[in-house]
Ligand binder design. Structure first.
Ligand SMILES: O=C(O)CCC(=O)C(=O)O
Length: 244
């Protein structure tokens, strides 16, 4: 495993890119308050598969579709000019935000995220879609930073299957060679962008420090969704959630 600290990556060639200081302290503090406000909402408000506590704790580990539960995140998904400019510059098109999620790894209890490609969840053609992963804490190898395989976005979506992991229920079936992966260490406020076909994962948090990320998924307006495959996946997903 290589440590990519200090290397920014090239979105087009490597399938990822690091953006230093995307958000300032004021914006980060507001995001923290707004995530906190969503976590205080009645649990019954959350749709199935949108809200997960860390196993055997009452600590929030993951919230999907924050934009459904908060006007603040609805607005962030549409109107954050710096994020929008970054993404639309890559797409050369209007960007549509499908999901704003919160992915936390609490100290010592944060779980593994198995290797996956995001387009195995979104079914977009062409594959002009990406994730903006924003660090709310310094994100390091010890606390479970994102790991990626550079250039793995170039060969489409490969076969996925159930992982048994809550939240990231679908993962790449083939074994990923650990020598091909790099860890993306970020400071609080930095972000990484990754292409929707890039292999990525993360390890559990073995440290005493939290590792929280705000994760925004965008697609170019010219994309269309393969609804038939999406419906098949939704049925598999429902079974996976019911079995957990
Ligand atoms: O936060 C993580 O560890 C994984 C995030 C992820 O899967 C994603 O950004 O698509």
């Amino acid at each position: 495993m290589n440590n990519f600290t200090g290397k920014r990556g090239s979105y087009e060639d490597d399938g990822f890119q690091v953006i230093h200081a995307l958000l300032d302290e004021e914006q980060l503090a507001t995001i923290e308050q707004e995530v906190e406000a969503v976590t205080r909402q009645e649990r019954s408000r959350f749709e199935e598969g949108d809200f997960f506590l860390a196993q055997d704790t009452d600590i929030v580990q993951q919230i999907e579709h924050l934009q459904k539960y908060s006007p603040y995140f609805r607005n962030l998904a549409i109107n954050h000019q710096r994020i929008r400019d970054l993404v639309e510059n890559i797409f050369s098109d209007h960007a549509v935000c499908d999901n704003v999620s919160y992915m936390a790894k609490p100290p010592r209890v944060g779980a593994v995220v198995p290797w996956h490609q995001d387009n195995a969840y979104y079914f977009l053609t062409p594959d002009d879609a990406l994730t903006v992963w924003i660090a709310l804490d310094d994100s390091t190898i010890k606390n479970g930073c994102l790991r990626i395989v550079p250039q793995s976005h170039k060969h489409g979506v490969i076969e996925h299957g159930p992982t048994g992991v809550r939240g990231i229920s679908y993962g790449i079936k083939k074994v990923v060679d650990p020598k091909s992966e790099v860890a993306i260490e970020l400071n609080r406020g930095d972000a990484s962008l990754h292409h929707c076909n890039l292999f990525h994962s993360s390890h559990p948090n073995t440290s005493d420090r939290p590792r929280r990320g705000l994760v925004m998924f965008f697609h170019a307006e010219r994309c269309s969704i393969d609804h038939e495959t999406m419906d098949q996946y939704q049925q598999i997903r429902k079974k996976m959630i019911d079995n957990q």
